[in-house]
Design a protein around this ligand. Structure first.
Ligand SMILES: NC(=O)c1ccc[n+]([C@@H]2O[C@H](COP(=O)([O-])OP(=O)(O)OC[C@H]3O[C@@H](n4cnc5c(N)ncnc54)[C@H](O)[C@@H]3O)[C@@H](O)[C@H]2O)c1
Length: 252
């Protein structure tokens, strides 16, 4: 796999799967445009990439805000001229709750980042890729996008929506040289799962419904980054609209 002279935009680049994937894409030659809400975290990722000899820039953005999304897309094009890879990855986990206790504000919060953020990223990046006639997009869904877990109905709905957006966009762009796939991680050791453990410890989760860690461990973010790099590269030239599960057997 190699991405020499390619430009990759990564959202949620400051932590977890986004950081590991940014480092992987940079290590195989991509110039990376790191996008995150958290300035310190995003700048730290850039520092790590520079230390390993990679090139990139960081742009602070809230992916749920249209003007921020347009700004990171415009800046990527201004600085590097094109966008070849888009890892549309930023996402948040909901507060675990029985269905009828889920606050309306919580529904809006999850949907605005996990669905609207992914939609806006696609909307503006695809305009650029369409002009180029090429590109690879990877949207981060989840195993919760193909089945559910207890007490996370809204998160699950948001990830089903990511798969819907992926398939709809893939269909439209299949003949235009642009591939769009969804990545479904299971449990990955990141800040996001640390909060899951915390919520579990507070008793908000039903233990019998805990996902089976069939390999006896979470994935390391770097194990997801390998798949991101594969989907980004020409090695995956015949893949579009796929829902790619990397879950250590969780959905078996
Ligand atoms: N960790 C898991 O087990 C797991 C499993 C399935 C799917 N996922 C998905 O993978 C993606 C990455 O998760 P992670 O585990 O690496 O999480 P993480 O919390 O480690 O990293 C997420 C990053 O996204 C950023 N972010 C959050 N909201 C943002 C916003 N509105 N605008 C810009 N940046 C924002 C955060 O600042 C953070 O740096 C998410 O979409 C998540 O739903 C994670």
């Amino acid at each position: 796999m190699e991405l020499t002279n390619k430009v990759a935009v990564i959202t949620g680049a400051g932590s977890g799967i986004g950081r590991a994937s940014s480092m992987k894409l940079a290590s195989i030659g991509a110039k990376v445009v790191l996008v995150d809400f958290n300035k310190e975290a995003g700048e730290e990722t850039l520092k790590l990439i520079n230390e390993q000899g990679g090139q990139g820039i960081f742009i602070r953005a809230d992916v749920s805000k249209s003007e921020d999304v347009q700004n990171y897309v415009n800046q990527a094009v201004e600085v590097y001229g094109h966008i070849d890879v888009f890892f549309n990855n930023a996402g948040i986990i909901q507060k675990f709750a029985p269905f009828t206790s889920i606050e309306e504000s919580e529904f809006d919060r999850i949907m605005s980042v996990n669905v609207k953020g992914v939609f806006l990223g696609l909307k503006y990046v695809l305009k650029v890729m369409d002009k180029q006639g090429s590109g690879s997009v990877i949207n981060t869904a989840s195993t919760a996008g193909i089945r559910s877990e207890h007490s996370v109905a809204v998160y699950s709905a948001s990830k089903h929506a990511v798969i819907g957006l992926t398939k709809g966009a893939a269909l439209e762009y299949a003949k235009k040289g642009i591939r769009i796939n969804a990545l479904c991680p299971g449990g990955v050791q990141t800040a996001l799962t640390a909060s899951v453990t915390e919520q579990f410890e507070k008793g908000g989760y039903i233990p019998e419904e805990l996902p089976n860690m069939r390999m006896g461990r979470y994935a390391a973010p770097e194990e997801l980054a390998e798949m991101v790099a594969y989907l980004a590269s020409e090695k995956a030239s015949y893949m579009t609209g796929s829902v790619v599960v990397v879950d250590g057997g969780l959905t078996l």
